[in-house]
Design a protein. Structure first.
Length: 216
Protein backbone atom coordinates (compact mmCIF):
# COMPACT_ATOMS: atom_id res chain seq x y z
CA UNK A 1 0.00 0.00 0.00
CA UNK A 2 2.77 2.43 0.89
CA UNK A 3 4.56 1.67 -2.37
CA UNK A 4 1.41 1.98 -4.49
CA UNK A 5 0.59 5.33 -2.91
CA UNK A 6 4.14 6.60 -3.38
CA UNK A 7 4.23 5.61 -7.06
CA UNK A 8 0.84 7.20 -7.67
CA UNK A 9 1.72 10.28 -5.61
CA UNK A 10 -1.36 9.70 -3.49
CA UNK A 11 -1.80 9.66 0.31
CA UNK A 12 -1.51 6.23 1.88
CA UNK A 13 -5.08 4.97 2.46
CA UNK A 14 -6.50 3.44 5.61
CA UNK A 15 -6.35 -0.35 5.76
CA UNK A 16 -9.62 -2.07 6.65
CA UNK A 17 -9.01 -5.72 7.51
CA UNK A 18 -11.91 -7.79 6.20
CA UNK A 19 -12.49 -10.23 9.03
CA UNK A 20 -15.72 -11.83 7.84
CA UNK A 21 -15.66 -15.62 8.36
CA UNK A 22 -12.53 -15.28 10.54
CA UNK A 23 -12.80 -16.22 14.20
CA UNK A 24 -12.08 -13.92 17.13
CA UNK A 25 -8.65 -15.47 17.66
CA UNK A 26 -7.51 -14.51 14.15
CA UNK A 27 -8.81 -10.98 14.64
CA UNK A 28 -7.02 -10.69 17.99
CA UNK A 29 -3.74 -11.83 16.41
CA UNK A 30 -3.98 -9.13 13.74
CA UNK A 31 -4.96 -6.56 16.36
CA UNK A 32 -1.83 -7.49 18.33
CA UNK A 33 0.19 -6.61 15.23
CA UNK A 34 -1.32 -3.12 15.27
CA UNK A 35 -4.46 -3.34 13.09
CA UNK A 36 -7.45 -1.53 14.61
CA UNK A 37 -10.20 -1.41 11.95
CA UNK A 38 -12.08 -4.55 10.90
CA UNK A 39 -14.86 -5.16 8.38
CA UNK A 40 -17.72 -7.60 8.81
CA UNK A 41 -20.45 -8.72 6.39
CA UNK A 42 -23.05 -10.08 8.78
CA UNK A 43 -24.56 -8.45 11.83
CA UNK A 44 -24.93 -11.66 13.83
CA UNK A 45 -21.36 -12.82 13.16
CA UNK A 46 -20.09 -9.40 14.16
CA UNK A 47 -22.10 -9.46 17.37
CA UNK A 48 -20.21 -12.53 18.54
CA UNK A 49 -16.79 -11.06 17.73
CA UNK A 50 -17.41 -7.60 19.11
CA UNK A 51 -18.51 -9.15 22.41
CA UNK A 52 -15.51 -11.48 22.56
CA UNK A 53 -13.03 -8.70 21.74
CA UNK A 54 -14.66 -5.78 23.53
CA UNK A 55 -11.61 -5.10 25.71
CA UNK A 56 -9.46 -4.44 22.60
CA UNK A 57 -11.59 -1.41 21.66
CA UNK A 58 -11.39 -2.12 17.96
CA UNK A 59 -13.15 -0.16 15.23
CA UNK A 60 -15.88 -2.19 13.51
CA UNK A 61 -17.21 -1.55 10.00
CA UNK A 62 -20.23 -3.18 8.42
CA UNK A 63 -19.36 -3.83 4.76
CA UNK A 64 -22.15 -6.26 3.87
CA UNK A 65 -25.71 -5.51 2.77
CA UNK A 66 -27.88 -4.40 5.68
CA UNK A 67 -31.53 -5.36 5.90
CA UNK A 68 -33.73 -2.73 7.49
CA UNK A 69 -34.90 -5.13 10.18
CA UNK A 70 -31.31 -5.43 11.40
CA UNK A 71 -30.65 -1.70 11.47
CA UNK A 72 -31.28 -1.44 15.21
CA UNK A 73 -28.64 -4.03 16.05
CA UNK A 74 -26.21 -2.58 13.48
CA UNK A 75 -26.59 0.91 14.93
CA UNK A 76 -25.57 -0.47 18.33
CA UNK A 77 -22.70 -2.72 17.19
CA UNK A 78 -20.80 -0.80 14.55
CA UNK A 79 -18.72 2.34 14.42
CA UNK A 80 -19.14 2.56 10.63
CA UNK A 81 -21.76 1.32 8.17
CA UNK A 82 -20.31 1.36 4.65
CA UNK A 83 -23.41 0.06 2.88
CA UNK A 84 -26.05 2.75 3.30
CA UNK A 85 -27.96 2.64 0.03
CA UNK A 86 -31.55 3.80 0.59
CA UNK A 87 -33.43 6.47 2.57
CA UNK A 88 -35.31 3.91 4.69
CA UNK A 89 -32.00 2.64 6.03
CA UNK A 90 -30.80 6.16 6.81
CA UNK A 91 -33.88 6.79 8.95
CA UNK A 92 -33.63 3.43 10.72
CA UNK A 93 -29.96 3.80 11.61
CA UNK A 94 -30.45 7.34 12.87
CA UNK A 95 -33.46 6.33 14.94
CA UNK A 96 -31.60 3.53 16.70
CA UNK A 97 -28.19 5.16 17.24
CA UNK A 98 -27.67 5.99 20.89
CA UNK A 99 -27.43 9.80 21.10
CA UNK A 100 -24.93 9.42 23.94
CA UNK A 101 -22.47 7.76 21.55
CA UNK A 102 -20.47 9.33 18.77
CA UNK A 103 -22.40 9.60 15.51
CA UNK A 104 -22.45 6.48 13.35
CA UNK A 105 -19.99 6.97 10.50
CA UNK A 106 -21.77 6.35 7.19
CA UNK A 107 -20.67 5.61 3.65
CA UNK A 108 -23.03 5.49 0.70
CA UNK A 109 -22.72 2.26 -1.24
CA UNK A 110 -22.96 3.06 -4.93
CA UNK A 111 -23.69 0.46 -7.59
CA UNK A 112 -21.01 1.99 -9.76
CA UNK A 113 -21.43 -0.44 -12.68
CA UNK A 114 -25.25 -0.51 -12.51
CA UNK A 115 -25.35 -4.28 -12.02
CA UNK A 116 -28.82 -5.72 -11.53
CA UNK A 117 -27.55 -8.25 -8.99
CA UNK A 118 -25.59 -5.77 -6.88
CA UNK A 119 -26.69 -3.71 -3.91
CA UNK A 120 -26.05 0.01 -3.81
CA UNK A 121 -27.80 3.11 -5.02
CA UNK A 122 -27.52 4.42 -8.55
CA UNK A 123 -24.84 7.09 -8.98
CA UNK A 124 -27.47 9.67 -9.84
CA UNK A 125 -29.26 8.98 -6.52
CA UNK A 126 -26.18 9.55 -4.38
CA UNK A 127 -26.63 13.34 -3.92
CA UNK A 128 -30.12 12.96 -2.43
CA UNK A 129 -28.97 10.14 -0.17
CA UNK A 130 -25.98 12.21 0.94
CA UNK A 131 -28.30 15.06 1.87
CA UNK A 132 -30.51 12.70 3.87
CA UNK A 133 -27.55 11.35 5.86
CA UNK A 134 -26.11 14.81 6.44
CA UNK A 135 -29.44 15.94 7.90
CA UNK A 136 -29.30 13.31 10.66
CA UNK A 137 -27.31 14.44 13.73
CA UNK A 138 -26.79 10.85 14.88
CA UNK A 139 -25.07 9.98 11.60
CA UNK A 140 -21.95 11.42 10.01
CA UNK A 141 -21.56 11.26 6.25
CA UNK A 142 -18.00 10.29 5.38
CA UNK A 143 -18.08 9.33 1.71
CA UNK A 144 -18.65 6.46 -0.70
CA UNK A 145 -18.05 2.71 -0.97
CA UNK A 146 -18.02 0.79 -4.25
CA UNK A 147 -17.53 -2.82 -5.40
CA UNK A 148 -16.88 -2.88 -9.17
CA UNK A 149 -17.84 -5.76 -11.41
CA UNK A 150 -15.31 -8.58 -10.91
CA UNK A 151 -12.99 -9.33 -13.82
CA UNK A 152 -10.14 -11.79 -14.12
CA UNK A 153 -8.02 -8.81 -15.13
CA UNK A 154 -8.16 -6.26 -12.29
CA UNK A 155 -7.14 -3.53 -14.73
CA UNK A 156 -10.64 -3.72 -16.20
CA UNK A 157 -11.99 -2.33 -12.92
CA UNK A 158 -10.03 0.91 -13.30
CA UNK A 159 -12.81 2.80 -15.15
CA UNK A 160 -15.24 2.03 -12.33
CA UNK A 161 -12.76 3.26 -9.73
CA UNK A 162 -12.27 6.41 -11.80
CA UNK A 163 -16.02 7.04 -12.00
CA UNK A 164 -16.33 6.50 -8.25
CA UNK A 165 -13.63 9.06 -7.58
CA UNK A 166 -15.31 11.58 -9.89
CA UNK A 167 -18.62 11.09 -8.06
CA UNK A 168 -16.86 11.43 -4.70
CA UNK A 169 -15.30 14.73 -5.76
CA UNK A 170 -18.61 16.04 -7.09
CA UNK A 171 -20.34 15.30 -3.78
CA UNK A 172 -17.63 17.16 -1.91
CA UNK A 173 -18.86 20.38 -3.52
CA UNK A 174 -21.96 20.20 -1.30
CA UNK A 175 -20.38 18.19 1.54
CA UNK A 176 -16.80 19.42 2.00
CA UNK A 177 -16.30 17.18 5.04
CA UNK A 178 -16.30 14.02 2.92
CA UNK A 179 -12.97 12.26 3.34
CA UNK A 180 -13.48 8.54 2.64
CA UNK A 181 -13.59 6.64 -0.64
CA UNK A 182 -13.66 2.93 0.20
CA UNK A 183 -12.67 0.82 -2.79
CA UNK A 184 -10.14 -1.83 -3.70
CA UNK A 185 -9.54 -5.34 -2.37
CA UNK A 186 -6.69 -7.85 -2.24
CA UNK A 187 -6.31 -8.25 -6.01
CA UNK A 188 -6.87 -4.67 -7.13
CA UNK A 189 -5.98 -2.36 -4.25
CA UNK A 190 -2.99 -0.83 -6.07
CA UNK A 191 -5.22 0.23 -8.97
CA UNK A 192 -7.80 1.61 -6.53
CA UNK A 193 -5.10 3.63 -4.76
CA UNK A 194 -3.93 5.02 -8.09
CA UNK A 195 -7.51 6.16 -8.76
CA UNK A 196 -7.96 7.87 -5.38
CA UNK A 197 -9.03 5.31 -2.78
CA UNK A 198 -8.64 6.56 0.80
CA UNK A 199 -9.59 3.18 2.33
CA UNK A 200 -8.96 -0.31 0.97
CA UNK A 201 -10.70 -3.46 2.19
CA UNK A 202 -8.24 -6.36 2.43
CA UNK A 203 -9.11 -9.89 3.54
CA UNK A 204 -7.34 -12.66 1.66
CA UNK A 205 -3.95 -10.91 1.58
CA UNK A 206 -4.05 -10.66 5.39
CA UNK A 207 -5.82 -13.80 6.54
CA UNK A 208 -5.31 -16.15 3.61
CA UNK A 209 -8.07 -17.83 1.61
CA UNK A 210 -11.42 -17.68 3.38
CA UNK A 211 -13.08 -20.75 4.82
CA UNK A 212 -16.56 -21.62 3.49
CA UNK A 213 -19.05 -18.78 3.81
CA UNK A 214 -20.87 -18.63 7.13
CA UNK A 215 -24.62 -18.31 7.29
CA UNK A 216 -26.03 -14.82 7.63
Amino acid sequence: MDNAARLAQRPVPQLLAVSKTQDATAVAELAAAGQRAFGENYVQEAATKTAALAELRLEWHLIGHLQSNKAEQAARLFDWVQTVDRPKLVAALARHRDPARAPLQALIQVNIDDEASKHGCRPEDAPALAAAIAAEPRLRLRGLMVIPTPHADPERRRPAFRRAHALFESLRADHPGLDTLSMGMSDDYAIAIEEGATMVRIGTALFGARPPKAAA
